[in-house]
Write a protein that binds this ligand. Structure first.
Ligand code: HSE
Length: 460
């Protein structure tokens, strides 16, 4: 056995307390796996009196002192947020300590700075728990797939929003009441902003894109839209098309017409076919679909949050870092050699589903189609559903939904009656699709834009 590996734990909340439990309960197995005893040196918390589970002699409120204390080999950070985690981890790395962190916001914002400090000191920086909790994902991207060419990563990486969208899909209920229920059941935090507005998923997308494409991608590079605007009408429209709505983190290589390769990283709710592997991911679960040239399609699935699942990933990293120290080396460095430019969202090819309530009279479909043509957006499919009586034209997606026609089924002589047009486009630059929708909304023959949502998982 080598000399013991000293561990400092920063934070002892939901994840930290589980890290502490696993460290204690599995100390014998951990020592055998590492080849050295793993010894907890201290636990830094803000309010020590709230932690009767931690031996008093280990507790401290001085995290900086703990990080610099003799005998600390590895610092585990589960505080979250940028401050004070950033200076603490920089100090740890500069002092040559290995760092294990679950802090996605910090990695997504300050990753290059942390990597530089780790490189300079020859220290380890591991962060498996930062994306998709317990799911082994970052190590497969960073190591197992290091010999392949990853083309696309599509993930459900936020459990809160997946719980809400899954519940909306099965109940037909609206966003606000479902969010309230998620809060009551403990699936949404008191302030759910980071989750429902997509910030959490955007941080994770930045980390995934950086690893997958060997390029520095920060959270500021990620286009972000949350789920607060997803309506029951959107969910219903998706259902009618054999799709479901998921908040996706999408990271892909995009080749433009000039042959330049770009990275696109984006987070938004999108309709995916119910047959897509990600469509079956319900409740608060996470899953990430990875496509690579040689490996083909891979799916990673499991619990993306929670104390014990996240602690599992933290402990896995701790074992890796401890083994590296016993062996006298360190693990993978930052790999950003590809340095691909980040594609602006407006130029990124996407596909849209658009549901419109229109007047049902000759020439309306032609007017609508002309708007698409004017923006060089190609239509993949059009369906006209139902003829809505004039008095029922109220912008409700559920109205007049009995199928009555197909492409070009304009009906003459309908007076003030209306119909619902459902249009799915081929892929086109996102800005062109946005402008198309804006223009459609202003047409006198369009009574209401009922639902607009991107579609993913299609062959276009
Ligand atoms: N709040 C996140 C989620 C878990 O809902 O998935 C931590 O990243």
């Amino acid at each position: 056995m080598s000399n013991p590996i000293g561990v400092a734990l920063l934070g002892c909340g939901t994840v930290g307390s589980e890290v502490l439990r696993l460290l204690t309960e599995q100390s014998t197995e951990l020592a055998a796996r590492v080849g050295a005893a793993v010894r907890l040196v201290g636990v830094a918390v803000r309010r020590p009196w709230r932690h009767p589970e931690v031996p008093a002699e280990l507790l401290t409120t001085d995290a900086a002192e703990l990080v610099g204390r003799d005998g600390v080999d590895v610092v585990i950070e589960v505080i979250g947020g940028i401050e004070p985690a950033r200076p603490l981890l920089l100090a740890a790395l500069r002092a040559g300590r290995g760092v294990v962190t679950a802090n996605k916001a910090l990695l997504a914002e300050c990753g290059p700075e942390l990597y530089a400090a780790a490189d300079a000191a020859g220290a380890d920086l591991y962060f498996e728990a930062a994306v998709a909790g317990a799911i082994p994902l970052l190590r497969p991207l960073r190591e197992s797939l290091a010999g392949d060419r990853i083309t696309r990563v599509t993930g459900i990486v936020n459990g809160t929003t997946n719980f809400i969208l899954s519940a909306m899909d099965s109940s037909g209920a609206g966003y606000a009441e479902t969010l309230e229920e998620a809060g009551r059941l403990g699936y949404a935090e008191a302030d759910p902003t980071a989750d429902v507005e997509g910030y959490d998923a955007a941080s994770k997308a930045a980390i995934l894109a950086s690893l997958a494409f060997h390029t520095r991608v920060t959270s500021a590079d990620v286009h972000r839209e949350g789920i607060a605007e997803v309506s029951a009408a959107d969910i219903l429209a998706a259902r009618k098309l054999g799709r479901t709505v998921k908040l996706l983190a999408i990271c892909e290589r995009v080749l433009d017409s000039a042959g330049t390769e770009w990275v696109s990283a984006r987070v938004y709710p999108a309709m995916i076919p119910r047959s897509h592997p990600l469509a079956t991911v319900g409740g608060a679960y996470n899953a990430v679909f990875v496509e690579a040239d040689a490996a083909g399609a891979l799916m990673f699935y499991g619990q993306g949050a929670g104390g014990a699942p996240t602690a599992s990933a933290v402990l896995g990293d701790l074992v890796a870092v401890a083994r590296n120290r016993v062996a006298g080396g360190y693990g993978p460095r930052e790999s950003a050699y590809a340095d691909l430019p980040v594609r602006p969202m407006g130029d990124t090819p996407t596909s849209y589903h658009i549901s419109l309530e229109v007047l049902d009279r000759p020439g309306v479909l032609a007017r609508v189609a002309q708007v698409f043509a004017d923006h060089e957006v190609s239509i993949m499919a059009v369906r006209q559903t139902g003829r809505t009586p004039e008095h029922a034209l109220s912008g409700n997606a559920g109205s007049g939904n009995a199928e009555s026609g197909g492409v070009g089924s304009d009906n003459a002589g309908s007076g003030g009656a209306g119909a619902t047009l459902v249009i799915v486009t081929h892929s086109a630059p996102d800005a062109a699709l946005r402008s198309t929708v804006d223009k459609l909304a202003g047409l006198d023959v369009v009574r209401d834009v009922v639902s607009v949502m991107r579609v993913e998982g299609e062959v276009t």
